[in-house]
Design a protein around this ligand. Sequence first.
Ligand code: IVH
Length: 677
Amino acid sequence: MKLKISQTQVKDDLAAKKRIDELADAINYHNYRYYMLEDPILSDYEFDKLVKELAELERQYPQYVREDSPSKRVGGAVSEKFTQVKHTIPMLSLDNTYSKEEIVEFDKKIKRFLNYDMDENIEYECELKFDGLAIELIYKNGIFIQGSTRGDGITGEDVTMNLKTIKTIPLKLLKDISYLEVRGEILMDKENFKKLNGERLKEGLSLFANPRNAASGGIRQLDPKITAQRNLIMFAYGIGECSKEINFKTQFELMNLLKSLGININKNMRIANGIKGAVDFFDDISRKRESFPFEIDGVVIKVNDISLQEKLGEISKSPRWATAYKFSAKQEVSVILDIEVSVGRTGILTPVAILDPVNIGGVVVKRATLHNQDEIDKKHINIGDRVLVERSGDVIPEVVKVVLKGKRSGAFNLPDKCPCCESDVVIDGAAHRCMNELSCPCQIKGAIVHFASKRAMDIEGLGEKIVDRLVEIGLIKNVADIYYLRPGDLSNLEGFGEKSEENLLNSIEKSKNISYDRFVYALGIRHVGEHIASLLVRYFGDINGIKNATISILSSKFGIGEEIGKSIYNFFRLESNLHVIERLFKAGVSPHANIAKQGESGLIAGKSFILTGTLNDFTRDEAENLIKEQGGIVEKTVKKNLDYVVAGFEPGSKYDKALKLGLKIINEDEFKSLINK
Ligand code: IVH
């Protein structure tokens, strides 16, 4: 089976027939991989492109449409391990669109079909497009009696016992309805997905590529106990056959009716008067996408009025009255051209895949992290392999798995000498580490880049490239040297002019006035991230306080554990580090206390907070800074003794945990009055 079909130009009948055959075979094969093996090797985007191309060719050349054409089925396949269930009404699928232009065209087509004027507005109901597995639930006299997967749209698999383990599926409706078929999506939330893959990693099992595959695998289990452990969720979005008591005139009414029966629906729905409102909904949801605790792959836009839906009907396998407006692809397939090994500021060797450039959701990705040797071994990755690459939010793209091995068998091995300074590499837990801490040029460069970075000293213009050059020509050897650069030092360098030198020197000068927690974070003490840096400042006040703390105070009283305690203690025992700090102060770096020391007054001094969801008036950073400035502590995980949980819009799983633990949950207004804003 060819993995990728080249874009051949269809010039004549014969070529068209050949291409239709090629596409039909490929789509059938990828459907089988997706539904039966739960191991897709094409991204949704690539797959949808094949489907669209086939549909277009079949429209032009109906004489060549094959009996087994995938366009005649909804997709999916039925496994023989479950009893088959024939759906009373076929479970259709949706047409996919990826751009605003296509959405506007969808609206125009509807108006043409209904003989509407182009300037009239159609009312749409907009929902999330859940990225999971479609199912149908049958209720008789209000009791859940059978549940099935969509299968090929006509026939699905009986997974009743498994569905019964899902807590968001009611076993009994709130009203005694004689017959109702509910349709919806089964999902695994992101947190459970991470947990599950973490456990599988420990047990040496293969990892799921995404939450959708994990959910699908969870439902198609012969043992319902395994399904129960997966903590799946269900959101309903429609119905099949129903008895007379079910009355509704619009999709929106239907959703509310389902809700009134105790069926789980998601609250992110909107009525849009006209297609512009639907596009606004898409834009709004795109911005919030990462904050949802589960994966969505777009929004679904449905004509709200049921009588119009009936008039519009369906074409082959999808309704004319609805479409999926999907986000650009997040996963794509590419080839690993090379594997580079970089050495970070802490000496850890990180393998990075150099990719055949690939567009993922509008961004050209050329590099993706391979994390560490364990991950490479587990995924059997090597140069020349064809791999699935994922980009999500601001996270560095990563290689998810190999879809086709290249010529090199086995997995790539990290070198045993540091690629930067040739010293020995030591295996330290999951990490391969260069131990030449003080003079490995890569570690020095990394430490300086970290020091100058936005969340540390924020020296604008002192990025990786410039640091590389300044270290290479010996102009700076450690972070203190930055403050001893003088006019004329840089302007002679290639690419630097007087203006760019002046700009850089100005931003260096500006950085001298920095808050104390950022200064401590900038020092790059191993294990001291932003959170611990601010805790240290809150507890010990300043550098002298931290420097004089003993390991036992740091580890036990201060409560950060021995490993971190030792690392902080040892940092201040190294003469070279103390010398650098002294030179920083001498050069005029003067960190100011932005955090009330413990015991000092502050409206919320000593109180601990956790933030979840989106706030209206502050970004996450702003809210965290306000808490810290007033002596509060920002925690990252929900603990029993937390003082406040600040819940914004769409709070995540921290909120559920806080509820369970009975913690004090406050909303944005209460938070504002607490911090006097
Ligand atoms: S409505 C006739 N609404 O997308 C239309 N589907 O490609 C039936 N999906 O099989 C589907 N979220 O599994 C609808 N809010 C939503 C949805 C949704 C996810 C899935 C569903 C369906 C597939 C269509």
